[in-house]
Design a protein around this ligand. Structure first.
Ligand SMILES: [Zn+2]
Length: 582
Protein backbone atom coordinates (compact mmCIF):
# COMPACT_ATOMS: atom_id res chain seq x y z
CA UNK A 1 0.00 0.00 0.00
CA UNK A 2 1.09 3.52 -0.78
CA UNK A 3 2.85 4.93 2.29
CA UNK A 4 1.12 8.28 1.91
CA UNK A 5 -2.13 6.71 3.14
CA UNK A 6 -0.54 5.35 6.33
CA UNK A 7 -0.25 7.54 9.42
CA UNK A 8 3.17 8.88 10.40
CA UNK A 9 3.73 7.21 13.77
CA UNK A 10 7.40 8.15 13.46
CA UNK A 11 6.35 11.67 14.46
CA UNK A 12 5.84 10.24 17.96
CA UNK A 13 8.77 7.80 18.05
CA UNK A 14 11.39 7.26 15.38
CA UNK A 15 11.84 3.63 16.41
CA UNK A 16 11.05 1.01 19.03
CA UNK A 17 14.38 1.85 20.64
CA UNK A 18 13.28 5.44 21.16
CA UNK A 19 10.08 4.15 22.76
CA UNK A 20 12.10 1.85 25.05
CA UNK A 21 14.41 4.59 26.22
CA UNK A 22 11.47 6.88 27.05
CA UNK A 23 9.80 3.99 28.84
CA UNK A 24 12.79 3.70 31.19
CA UNK A 25 12.12 7.29 32.33
CA UNK A 26 8.68 6.46 33.68
CA UNK A 27 8.84 2.75 34.48
CA UNK A 28 9.00 3.35 38.24
CA UNK A 29 6.75 6.26 39.18
CA UNK A 30 7.57 7.45 42.70
CA UNK A 31 5.72 10.40 44.24
CA UNK A 32 6.44 9.64 47.89
CA UNK A 33 8.53 12.81 48.29
CA UNK A 34 5.37 14.91 47.78
CA UNK A 35 3.12 13.20 50.28
CA UNK A 36 2.09 15.56 53.04
CA UNK A 37 3.75 18.45 51.15
CA UNK A 38 0.78 19.88 49.28
CA UNK A 39 0.04 22.39 52.03
CA UNK A 40 2.49 24.93 50.59
CA UNK A 41 2.27 26.54 47.17
CA UNK A 42 5.84 25.40 46.36
CA UNK A 43 5.11 21.81 47.40
CA UNK A 44 1.93 21.76 45.35
CA UNK A 45 3.61 23.25 42.26
CA UNK A 46 6.55 20.82 42.42
CA UNK A 47 4.17 17.87 42.63
CA UNK A 48 2.07 19.15 39.71
CA UNK A 49 5.17 19.66 37.55
CA UNK A 50 6.34 16.14 38.16
CA UNK A 51 2.89 14.72 37.53
CA UNK A 52 2.73 16.58 34.21
CA UNK A 53 6.18 15.49 33.13
CA UNK A 54 5.21 11.86 33.80
CA UNK A 55 1.78 12.29 32.24
CA UNK A 56 3.15 13.69 29.00
CA UNK A 57 5.61 10.84 28.51
CA UNK A 58 3.05 8.22 29.46
CA UNK A 59 0.62 9.71 26.93
CA UNK A 60 3.21 9.48 24.16
CA UNK A 61 4.14 5.93 25.08
CA UNK A 62 0.59 4.70 25.30
CA UNK A 63 -0.78 6.46 22.22
CA UNK A 64 2.11 5.09 20.16
CA UNK A 65 1.55 1.55 21.43
CA UNK A 66 -2.21 1.90 20.94
CA UNK A 67 -1.88 3.13 17.35
CA UNK A 68 0.71 0.53 16.41
CA UNK A 69 -1.50 -2.14 17.92
CA UNK A 70 -4.47 -0.93 15.85
CA UNK A 71 -2.46 -0.95 12.61
CA UNK A 72 -2.32 -4.70 12.97
CA UNK A 73 -4.13 -6.22 15.92
CA UNK A 74 -2.68 -9.61 15.02
CA UNK A 75 0.85 -8.43 15.78
CA UNK A 76 1.65 -9.46 19.36
CA UNK A 77 4.70 -7.16 19.64
CA UNK A 78 2.49 -4.12 20.24
CA UNK A 79 0.13 -6.06 22.48
CA UNK A 80 3.08 -6.52 24.81
CA UNK A 81 4.01 -2.83 24.58
CA UNK A 82 0.45 -1.86 25.38
CA UNK A 83 0.37 -4.16 28.41
CA UNK A 84 3.62 -2.75 29.74
CA UNK A 85 2.55 0.86 29.40
CA UNK A 86 -0.87 0.09 30.88
CA UNK A 87 0.69 -1.45 33.94
CA UNK A 88 2.86 1.66 34.42
CA UNK A 89 -0.28 3.81 34.04
CA UNK A 90 -1.94 1.83 36.84
CA UNK A 91 1.12 2.36 39.08
CA UNK A 92 1.17 6.05 38.18
CA UNK A 93 -2.45 6.56 39.13
CA UNK A 94 -1.95 4.66 42.41
CA UNK A 95 1.16 6.76 43.19
CA UNK A 96 -0.73 10.02 42.57
CA UNK A 97 -4.04 9.00 44.14
CA UNK A 98 -3.16 10.88 47.34
CA UNK A 99 -3.22 14.27 45.56
CA UNK A 100 -6.95 14.99 45.39
CA UNK A 101 -7.80 13.81 48.95
CA UNK A 102 -4.85 15.76 50.32
CA UNK A 103 -5.96 18.91 48.50
CA UNK A 104 -9.56 18.49 49.60
CA UNK A 105 -8.39 18.18 53.20
CA UNK A 106 -6.69 21.58 53.02
CA UNK A 107 -8.34 24.57 54.58
CA UNK A 108 -10.67 26.49 52.23
CA UNK A 109 -8.53 29.61 52.62
CA UNK A 110 -5.40 27.72 51.53
CA UNK A 111 -7.12 26.38 48.39
CA UNK A 112 -8.41 29.88 47.66
CA UNK A 113 -4.89 31.31 48.03
CA UNK A 114 -3.64 28.76 45.46
CA UNK A 115 -6.44 29.80 43.09
CA UNK A 116 -5.41 33.44 43.46
CA UNK A 117 -1.70 32.69 43.05
CA UNK A 118 -0.56 33.67 39.48
CA UNK A 119 2.26 31.09 39.63
CA UNK A 120 -0.42 28.39 39.91
CA UNK A 121 -2.71 29.72 37.18
CA UNK A 122 -2.45 26.46 35.22
CA UNK A 123 -4.38 24.77 38.00
CA UNK A 124 -6.96 27.41 38.96
CA UNK A 125 -9.84 25.61 37.30
CA UNK A 126 -9.02 22.20 38.84
CA UNK A 127 -8.61 23.89 42.21
CA UNK A 128 -12.01 25.53 41.87
CA UNK A 129 -13.43 22.04 41.26
CA UNK A 130 -11.63 20.79 44.38
CA UNK A 131 -13.24 23.60 46.34
CA UNK A 132 -16.72 22.71 45.04
CA UNK A 133 -16.07 19.08 45.88
CA UNK A 134 -15.06 19.90 49.42
CA UNK A 135 -18.70 20.35 50.45
CA UNK A 136 -19.34 16.74 49.53
CA UNK A 137 -16.48 15.11 51.38
CA UNK A 138 -17.33 13.14 54.49
CA UNK A 139 -15.20 12.10 57.44
CA UNK A 140 -12.36 9.73 56.72
CA UNK A 141 -14.19 6.77 58.24
CA UNK A 142 -17.35 7.53 56.30
CA UNK A 143 -15.45 7.90 53.03
CA UNK A 144 -13.76 4.58 53.69
CA UNK A 145 -17.09 2.84 54.24
CA UNK A 146 -18.50 4.42 51.09
CA UNK A 147 -15.65 3.28 48.94
CA UNK A 148 -15.92 -0.21 50.45
CA UNK A 149 -19.60 -0.38 49.52
CA UNK A 150 -19.04 1.03 46.03
CA UNK A 151 -17.70 -2.21 44.61
CA UNK A 152 -20.65 -4.27 45.82
CA UNK A 153 -23.18 -1.69 44.68
CA UNK A 154 -21.71 -1.49 41.21
CA UNK A 155 -22.75 -5.12 40.66
CA UNK A 156 -26.10 -4.15 39.13
CA UNK A 157 -24.36 -3.05 35.99
CA UNK A 158 -22.45 -6.34 35.84
CA UNK A 159 -25.66 -8.29 36.34
CA UNK A 160 -27.30 -6.44 33.44
CA UNK A 161 -24.24 -7.00 31.24
CA UNK A 162 -24.45 -10.74 31.96
CA UNK A 163 -28.17 -10.81 31.18
CA UNK A 164 -27.70 -8.78 28.02
CA UNK A 165 -24.69 -10.61 26.66
CA UNK A 166 -25.02 -14.13 27.97
CA UNK A 167 -28.48 -15.08 29.23
CA UNK A 168 -30.76 -13.18 26.85
CA UNK A 169 -32.56 -15.84 24.78
CA UNK A 170 -31.94 -14.40 21.33
CA UNK A 171 -30.37 -16.47 18.59
CA UNK A 172 -32.44 -16.63 15.43
CA UNK A 173 -35.83 -16.35 13.80
CA UNK A 174 -37.45 -17.74 10.67
CA UNK A 175 -38.68 -15.61 7.82
CA UNK A 176 -39.94 -16.92 4.45
CA UNK A 177 -38.69 -20.38 5.42
CA UNK A 178 -35.16 -19.08 5.96
CA UNK A 179 -33.35 -18.84 9.30
CA UNK A 180 -31.96 -15.43 10.27
CA UNK A 181 -29.42 -15.07 13.08
CA UNK A 182 -30.22 -12.37 15.68
CA UNK A 183 -27.82 -10.39 17.88
CA UNK A 184 -27.65 -6.83 19.22
CA UNK A 185 -25.68 -5.72 16.18
CA UNK A 186 -27.89 -7.52 13.66
CA UNK A 187 -31.05 -6.12 15.27
CA UNK A 188 -29.94 -2.64 14.19
CA UNK A 189 -29.30 -3.91 10.65
CA UNK A 190 -32.75 -5.55 10.38
CA UNK A 191 -34.46 -2.37 11.60
CA UNK A 192 -33.18 -0.67 8.44
CA UNK A 193 -34.21 -3.48 6.10
CA UNK A 194 -36.78 -2.58 3.44
CA UNK A 195 -38.65 -5.88 4.01
CA UNK A 196 -41.29 -4.86 6.52
CA UNK A 197 -42.27 -8.37 7.65
CA UNK A 198 -38.62 -9.10 8.35
CA UNK A 199 -38.37 -5.93 10.46
CA UNK A 200 -41.52 -6.79 12.36
CA UNK A 201 -40.36 -10.35 13.10
CA UNK A 202 -36.92 -9.23 14.24
CA UNK A 203 -38.48 -6.56 16.47
CA UNK A 204 -40.98 -8.97 18.07
CA UNK A 205 -38.43 -11.73 18.66
CA UNK A 206 -35.88 -9.30 20.06
CA UNK A 207 -38.33 -7.72 22.49
CA UNK A 208 -39.80 -11.08 23.45
CA UNK A 209 -36.37 -12.01 24.78
CA UNK A 210 -36.26 -8.97 27.08
CA UNK A 211 -39.86 -9.48 28.16
CA UNK A 212 -39.09 -13.08 29.13
CA UNK A 213 -36.61 -11.72 31.70
CA UNK A 214 -38.47 -8.52 32.51
CA UNK A 215 -38.84 -9.10 36.27
CA UNK A 216 -35.12 -9.77 36.72
CA UNK A 217 -34.20 -6.77 34.57
CA UNK A 218 -36.61 -4.50 36.48
CA UNK A 219 -35.15 -5.55 39.81
CA UNK A 220 -31.63 -5.06 38.48
CA UNK A 221 -32.33 -1.57 37.19
CA UNK A 222 -34.20 -0.65 40.38
CA UNK A 223 -31.10 -1.71 42.32
CA UNK A 224 -28.92 0.46 40.12
CA UNK A 225 -31.18 3.50 40.60
CA UNK A 226 -31.29 2.87 44.36
CA UNK A 227 -27.52 2.88 44.55
CA UNK A 228 -27.35 6.17 42.56
CA UNK A 229 -29.77 7.67 45.07
CA UNK A 230 -27.88 6.23 48.03
CA UNK A 231 -24.53 7.71 46.94
CA UNK A 232 -26.06 11.10 46.18
CA UNK A 233 -27.69 11.25 49.62
CA UNK A 234 -24.56 10.04 51.37
CA UNK A 235 -22.49 12.70 49.59
CA UNK A 236 -25.02 15.41 50.47
CA UNK A 237 -26.18 16.18 46.95
CA UNK A 238 -29.77 17.40 46.51
CA UNK A 239 -30.48 14.62 43.98
CA UNK A 240 -28.94 11.72 42.08
CA UNK A 241 -29.10 13.91 38.98
CA UNK A 242 -27.13 16.70 40.64
CA UNK A 243 -24.53 14.23 41.90
CA UNK A 244 -24.04 12.58 38.51
CA UNK A 245 -23.62 15.71 36.44
CA UNK A 246 -21.45 17.47 39.01
CA UNK A 247 -18.70 15.13 37.82
CA UNK A 248 -18.53 17.12 34.57
CA UNK A 249 -19.09 20.40 36.41
CA UNK A 250 -22.53 20.86 34.86
CA UNK A 251 -25.50 22.39 36.65
CA UNK A 252 -28.95 20.79 36.95
CA UNK A 253 -30.54 23.75 35.20
CA UNK A 254 -28.79 22.76 31.94
CA UNK A 255 -30.44 19.35 32.17
CA UNK A 256 -33.87 20.79 32.95
CA UNK A 257 -33.50 23.36 30.18
CA UNK A 258 -32.67 20.63 27.66
CA UNK A 259 -35.84 18.72 28.48
CA UNK A 260 -38.18 21.70 28.53
CA UNK A 261 -36.73 23.17 25.33
CA UNK A 262 -37.01 19.87 23.50
CA UNK A 263 -40.65 19.68 24.55
CA UNK A 264 -41.35 22.91 22.68
CA UNK A 265 -39.95 21.35 19.48
CA UNK A 266 -41.90 18.08 19.64
CA UNK A 267 -44.49 19.28 17.08
CA UNK A 268 -41.67 19.41 14.47
CA UNK A 269 -40.70 15.84 15.34
CA UNK A 270 -44.35 14.79 15.00
CA UNK A 271 -44.50 16.44 11.60
CA UNK A 272 -41.27 14.72 10.57
CA UNK A 273 -42.64 11.32 11.60
CA UNK A 274 -45.84 11.79 9.62
CA UNK A 275 -43.81 12.94 6.62
CA UNK A 276 -41.68 9.81 6.97
CA UNK A 277 -44.83 7.69 7.18
CA UNK A 278 -46.06 9.30 3.98
CA UNK A 279 -42.72 8.85 2.20
CA UNK A 280 -42.63 5.17 3.20
CA UNK A 281 -46.21 4.81 1.99
CA UNK A 282 -47.41 3.26 5.24
CA UNK A 283 -50.98 3.01 6.36
CA UNK A 284 -49.94 2.59 10.00
CA UNK A 285 -46.41 3.26 11.27
CA UNK A 286 -44.93 1.17 14.09
CA UNK A 287 -41.70 1.58 16.03
CA UNK A 288 -40.08 -1.06 13.82
CA UNK A 289 -40.62 1.32 10.88
CA UNK A 290 -38.86 4.24 12.56
CA UNK A 291 -35.32 3.35 11.45
CA UNK A 292 -35.90 2.34 7.87
CA UNK A 293 -34.30 4.92 5.55
CA UNK A 294 -36.81 7.29 3.98
CA UNK A 295 -34.65 7.54 0.91
CA UNK A 296 -32.70 4.63 -0.44
CA UNK A 297 -28.97 4.90 0.24
CA UNK A 298 -27.33 7.15 -2.34
CA UNK A 299 -23.57 6.91 -2.32
CA UNK A 300 -21.32 9.71 -3.49
CA UNK A 301 -18.73 7.05 -4.47
CA UNK A 302 -15.63 9.21 -4.45
CA UNK A 303 -12.03 8.11 -4.23
CA UNK A 304 -10.49 9.09 -0.93
CA UNK A 305 -8.48 12.07 -2.21
CA UNK A 306 -11.57 13.48 -3.94
CA UNK A 307 -13.69 12.86 -0.86
CA UNK A 308 -11.11 14.72 1.22
CA UNK A 309 -11.20 17.62 -1.24
CA UNK A 310 -14.99 17.66 -0.95
CA UNK A 311 -14.70 17.85 2.85
CA UNK A 312 -12.30 20.80 2.48
CA UNK A 313 -14.83 22.55 0.23
CA UNK A 314 -17.72 21.78 2.55
CA UNK A 315 -15.81 23.28 5.49
CA UNK A 316 -14.35 26.24 3.61
CA UNK A 317 -16.74 28.55 5.47
CA UNK A 318 -14.38 28.02 8.46
CA UNK A 319 -11.74 30.06 6.66
CA UNK A 320 -8.18 29.85 5.44
CA UNK A 321 -6.50 28.63 8.61
CA UNK A 322 -8.89 25.68 8.95
CA UNK A 323 -8.50 24.77 5.27
CA UNK A 324 -4.71 24.90 5.55
CA UNK A 325 -4.79 22.65 8.59
CA UNK A 326 -6.93 20.11 6.74
CA UNK A 327 -4.42 20.13 3.88
CA UNK A 328 -1.52 19.83 6.30
CA UNK A 329 -3.18 16.82 7.96
CA UNK A 330 -3.71 15.18 4.58
CA UNK A 331 -0.21 15.88 3.24
CA UNK A 332 1.65 15.10 6.45
CA UNK A 333 -0.03 11.75 6.99
CA UNK A 334 -2.11 12.40 10.09
CA UNK A 335 -4.60 9.87 8.70
CA UNK A 336 -4.48 6.11 8.26
CA UNK A 337 -6.96 5.68 5.45
CA UNK A 338 -7.62 2.19 4.13
CA UNK A 339 -8.64 -1.15 5.53
CA UNK A 340 -5.82 -3.70 5.78
CA UNK A 341 -5.34 -7.16 7.19
CA UNK A 342 -5.64 -7.06 10.98
CA UNK A 343 -6.38 -3.34 11.16
CA UNK A 344 -8.88 -2.21 13.75
CA UNK A 345 -12.34 -1.50 12.33
CA UNK A 346 -14.29 1.76 12.60
CA UNK A 347 -12.85 5.23 12.92
CA UNK A 348 -11.44 7.49 15.64
CA UNK A 349 -9.30 10.52 16.34
CA UNK A 350 -6.51 10.51 18.91
CA UNK A 351 -4.10 13.27 19.88
CA UNK A 352 -0.64 13.41 21.39
CA UNK A 353 0.23 16.56 23.30
CA UNK A 354 3.30 18.17 21.75
CA UNK A 355 3.03 16.14 18.53
CA UNK A 356 -0.24 16.36 16.55
CA UNK A 357 -3.56 14.50 16.28
CA UNK A 358 -4.12 11.33 14.24
CA UNK A 359 -7.17 9.79 12.59
CA UNK A 360 -7.90 6.14 11.88
CA UNK A 361 -10.31 5.44 9.03
CA UNK A 362 -11.45 2.43 7.06
CA UNK A 363 -12.43 4.37 3.96
CA UNK A 364 -14.91 2.61 1.63
CA UNK A 365 -16.40 5.25 -0.72
CA UNK A 366 -19.82 5.42 0.97
CA UNK A 367 -21.48 8.78 1.70
CA UNK A 368 -21.21 7.92 5.38
CA UNK A 369 -17.42 7.56 4.99
CA UNK A 370 -17.17 11.10 3.62
CA UNK A 371 -18.97 12.34 6.73
CA UNK A 372 -16.63 10.25 8.86
CA UNK A 373 -13.63 12.18 7.46
CA UNK A 374 -15.31 15.47 8.42
CA UNK A 375 -16.32 14.11 11.83
CA UNK A 376 -12.93 12.73 12.86
CA UNK A 377 -11.06 15.79 11.54
CA UNK A 378 -13.41 17.85 13.73
CA UNK A 379 -12.11 16.01 16.79
CA UNK A 380 -8.53 16.29 15.57
CA UNK A 381 -8.59 20.03 14.94
CA UNK A 382 -10.32 20.62 18.28
CA UNK A 383 -7.41 18.79 19.94
CA UNK A 384 -4.90 20.59 17.75
CA UNK A 385 -6.20 24.04 18.72
CA UNK A 386 -6.52 23.18 22.43
CA UNK A 387 -3.09 21.58 22.62
CA UNK A 388 -1.54 24.55 20.86
CA UNK A 389 -3.19 27.17 23.07
CA UNK A 390 -3.25 25.50 26.48
CA UNK A 391 -0.64 24.17 28.82
CA UNK A 392 -0.81 20.44 29.39
CA UNK A 393 -2.82 20.82 32.61
CA UNK A 394 -5.68 22.56 30.80
CA UNK A 395 -5.49 21.04 27.32
CA UNK A 396 -7.88 18.10 27.66
CA UNK A 397 -11.52 18.91 26.96
CA UNK A 398 -14.37 17.22 28.83
CA UNK A 399 -16.71 14.58 27.38
CA UNK A 400 -19.53 17.14 27.62
CA UNK A 401 -18.02 19.10 24.71
CA UNK A 402 -16.18 16.24 22.99
CA UNK A 403 -18.70 15.69 20.20
CA UNK A 404 -19.33 19.36 19.43
CA UNK A 405 -16.54 20.02 16.92
CA UNK A 406 -17.06 16.71 15.12
CA UNK A 407 -20.79 17.37 14.75
CA UNK A 408 -20.25 21.00 13.64
CA UNK A 409 -18.20 19.60 10.75
CA UNK A 410 -20.84 17.02 9.84
CA UNK A 411 -23.59 19.64 9.87
CA UNK A 412 -21.55 22.14 7.82
CA UNK A 413 -20.64 19.51 5.25
CA UNK A 414 -24.20 18.25 5.07
CA UNK A 415 -25.64 21.72 4.61
CA UNK A 416 -23.01 22.53 1.94
CA UNK A 417 -23.84 19.36 0.01
CA UNK A 418 -27.59 19.94 0.27
CA UNK A 419 -27.12 23.48 -1.01
CA UNK A 420 -24.97 22.42 -3.98
CA UNK A 421 -26.31 19.02 -4.95
CA UNK A 422 -28.24 18.88 -8.25
CA UNK A 423 -29.28 15.23 -8.05
CA UNK A 424 -32.70 15.15 -6.33
CA UNK A 425 -32.30 11.63 -4.97
CA UNK A 426 -28.96 12.43 -3.36
CA UNK A 427 -30.31 15.70 -2.05
CA UNK A 428 -33.23 13.93 -0.39
CA UNK A 429 -30.86 11.34 1.01
CA UNK A 430 -28.70 14.07 2.56
CA UNK A 431 -31.72 15.83 4.04
CA UNK A 432 -32.94 12.65 5.63
CA UNK A 433 -29.40 11.94 6.86
CA UNK A 434 -29.46 15.25 8.72
CA UNK A 435 -32.99 14.77 10.04
CA UNK A 436 -32.34 11.22 11.23
CA UNK A 437 -29.21 12.41 13.01
CA UNK A 438 -31.32 15.00 14.81
CA UNK A 439 -34.09 12.53 15.61
CA UNK A 440 -31.82 9.82 17.03
CA UNK A 441 -29.22 12.00 18.75
CA UNK A 442 -31.27 14.93 19.94
CA UNK A 443 -34.83 13.73 20.48
CA UNK A 444 -34.23 10.11 21.34
CA UNK A 445 -31.44 10.80 23.82
CA UNK A 446 -33.52 13.52 25.49
CA UNK A 447 -36.38 11.04 25.80
CA UNK A 448 -33.93 8.69 27.57
CA UNK A 449 -32.68 11.54 29.76
CA UNK A 450 -36.22 12.38 30.77
CA UNK A 451 -36.94 8.76 31.63
CA UNK A 452 -33.85 8.61 33.83
CA UNK A 453 -34.86 11.77 35.62
CA UNK A 454 -38.39 10.51 36.26
CA UNK A 455 -37.44 7.10 37.66
CA UNK A 456 -34.72 8.53 39.89
CA UNK A 457 -37.18 11.12 41.22
CA UNK A 458 -39.65 8.35 42.08
CA UNK A 459 -37.06 6.43 44.06
CA UNK A 460 -36.03 9.64 45.82
CA UNK A 461 -39.65 9.95 46.92
CA UNK A 462 -39.55 6.39 48.26
CA UNK A 463 -41.59 4.78 45.48
CA UNK A 464 -40.26 1.34 44.46
CA UNK A 465 -39.72 0.72 40.76
CA UNK A 466 -41.17 -2.27 38.95
CA UNK A 467 -41.88 -3.34 35.39
CA UNK A 468 -45.33 -1.75 35.47
CA UNK A 469 -44.56 1.76 36.65
CA UNK A 470 -41.39 2.00 34.52
CA UNK A 471 -43.19 0.78 31.40
CA UNK A 472 -46.05 3.18 32.03
CA UNK A 473 -43.61 6.12 32.25
CA UNK A 474 -41.74 4.96 29.16
CA UNK A 475 -44.86 4.47 27.06
CA UNK A 476 -46.19 7.91 27.98
CA UNK A 477 -42.86 9.44 26.94
CA UNK A 478 -42.80 7.51 23.68
CA UNK A 479 -46.29 8.77 22.81
CA UNK A 480 -45.34 12.29 23.79
CA UNK A 481 -42.14 12.30 21.68
CA UNK A 482 -43.39 10.53 18.55
CA UNK A 483 -46.96 11.79 18.45
CA UNK A 484 -49.85 10.30 16.54
CA UNK A 485 -47.94 9.23 13.43
CA UNK A 486 -46.55 6.22 15.29
CA UNK A 487 -48.54 3.43 16.94
CA UNK A 488 -46.89 3.49 20.38
CA UNK A 489 -48.36 0.31 21.77
CA UNK A 490 -47.10 -3.17 22.58
CA UNK A 491 -43.48 -3.96 23.11
CA UNK A 492 -41.98 -0.48 22.94
CA UNK A 493 -42.99 0.25 26.54
CA UNK A 494 -40.18 -2.14 27.52
CA UNK A 495 -37.49 -0.34 25.55
CA UNK A 496 -35.92 1.01 28.76
CA UNK A 497 -35.10 -2.60 29.66
CA UNK A 498 -32.58 -2.93 26.83
CA UNK A 499 -30.53 0.28 27.18
CA UNK A 500 -27.08 -0.47 28.65
CA UNK A 501 -26.34 3.26 29.03
CA UNK A 502 -28.93 3.49 31.81
CA UNK A 503 -26.46 1.74 34.11
CA UNK A 504 -24.29 4.83 33.83
CA UNK A 505 -26.92 7.23 35.09
CA UNK A 506 -27.46 10.63 33.50
CA UNK A 507 -24.87 10.14 30.77
CA UNK A 508 -26.90 10.19 27.54
CA UNK A 509 -28.10 13.80 27.85
CA UNK A 510 -24.60 14.83 26.73
CA UNK A 511 -25.32 13.47 23.25
CA UNK A 512 -28.32 15.80 23.06
CA UNK A 513 -26.57 18.91 24.42
CA UNK A 514 -23.62 18.12 22.10
CA UNK A 515 -25.71 18.11 18.92
CA UNK A 516 -27.75 21.14 20.05
CA UNK A 517 -24.51 23.08 20.54
CA UNK A 518 -23.15 21.92 17.19
CA UNK A 519 -26.33 22.79 15.26
CA UNK A 520 -26.44 26.21 16.89
CA UNK A 521 -22.74 26.90 16.19
CA UNK A 522 -22.97 25.73 12.57
CA UNK A 523 -26.06 27.86 12.03
CA UNK A 524 -24.34 30.91 13.51
CA UNK A 525 -21.28 30.35 11.30
CA UNK A 526 -23.43 30.10 8.18
CA UNK A 527 -25.43 33.21 8.99
CA UNK A 528 -22.84 35.48 10.65
CA UNK A 529 -19.60 34.35 9.01
CA UNK A 530 -16.23 35.58 10.31
CA UNK A 531 -17.19 36.81 13.83
CA UNK A 532 -18.89 33.49 14.54
CA UNK A 533 -15.86 31.56 13.20
CA UNK A 534 -13.59 33.64 15.44
CA UNK A 535 -15.61 32.82 18.53
CA UNK A 536 -15.75 29.18 17.51
CA UNK A 537 -11.94 29.02 17.22
CA UNK A 538 -11.62 30.54 20.69
CA UNK A 539 -13.86 27.77 21.97
CA UNK A 540 -11.80 25.13 20.10
CA UNK A 541 -8.67 26.56 21.74
CA UNK A 542 -10.10 26.51 25.26
CA UNK A 543 -9.45 22.83 26.05
CA UNK A 544 -10.49 22.10 29.62
CA UNK A 545 -9.72 25.52 31.02
CA UNK A 546 -13.15 26.10 32.58
CA UNK A 547 -16.51 24.38 33.06
CA UNK A 548 -17.75 23.05 29.69
CA UNK A 549 -20.97 25.10 29.89
CA UNK A 550 -18.92 28.29 30.35
CA UNK A 551 -16.60 27.36 27.46
CA UNK A 552 -19.52 26.87 25.08
CA UNK A 553 -20.66 30.40 25.84
CA UNK A 554 -17.49 31.60 24.08
CA UNK A 555 -18.89 30.11 20.88
CA UNK A 556 -22.22 31.83 21.51
CA UNK A 557 -24.00 28.81 22.99
CA UNK A 558 -25.60 29.34 26.38
CA UNK A 559 -27.22 26.05 27.32
CA UNK A 560 -29.00 27.60 30.28
CA UNK A 561 -31.18 29.58 27.85
CA UNK A 562 -33.56 28.69 25.02
CA UNK A 563 -31.54 30.48 22.34
CA UNK A 564 -29.30 27.66 21.07
CA UNK A 565 -32.33 25.38 20.96
CA UNK A 566 -34.24 27.80 18.79
CA UNK A 567 -31.36 27.90 16.27
CA UNK A 568 -31.00 24.13 16.25
CA UNK A 569 -34.70 23.44 15.77
CA UNK A 570 -34.79 25.91 12.90
CA UNK A 571 -32.25 23.72 11.07
CA UNK A 572 -34.50 20.70 11.60
CA UNK A 573 -37.59 22.57 10.42
CA UNK A 574 -35.83 24.00 7.34
CA UNK A 575 -34.57 20.56 6.37
CA UNK A 576 -38.08 19.16 6.72
CA UNK A 577 -39.56 21.94 4.57
CA UNK A 578 -36.93 21.36 1.86
CA UNK A 579 -37.56 17.63 1.98
CA UNK A 580 -41.30 18.14 1.56
CA UNK A 581 -40.77 20.48 -1.39
CA UNK A 582 -38.69 17.81 -3.16
ZN1 LIG B 1 -16.99 11.42 17.55
Amino acid sequence: MDLKYKWATEDIYESLNAWESDFKNVAKPDFSEFRGKLNTAQGFLACMKKEEEFGKILEKLSVYAFMKHDENTKDSVYDALLNRVNSVAVKFSAETSFIIPELIALDKSVIQSYIDNPALSDYDYSLRCVLKNKEHVLSEAEEKLLSMSAEALSSFKDVFTKIDNADLPISQFTHNGKKYPLSHGLYGVYMQDSDRTLRKKAFKVYYRAYISLINSISATYYGSVKSDVFFAKAKKYPSALAAAIAGEDVDVKVYKNLISSVHTALPILHEYMSEKKKALNLDKMYMYDAYVPTVENADIKLDYDDAYKLVIKGLSVLGKEYTELLIKAHDNRWLDVYESDGKRSGAYSIAVYGVHPYVLLNYQKTTHDVFTIAHEMGHSIHSYFSNRAQNYAKADYKIFVAEVASTVNEVLLCRYLIENEKDVKLKKYLLSYLMEMIRTTLFRQTQFAEFEEKVHALVEKGVPLNKDNMSKIYLALNKKYYGKAIVSGGEIKYEWARIPHFYRAFYVYKYATGIISALAIADRILTEGAPAVNDYFKFLSSGGSDSPVELLKIAGVDLTTEKPFTGAFKVFKDALEKFKSL
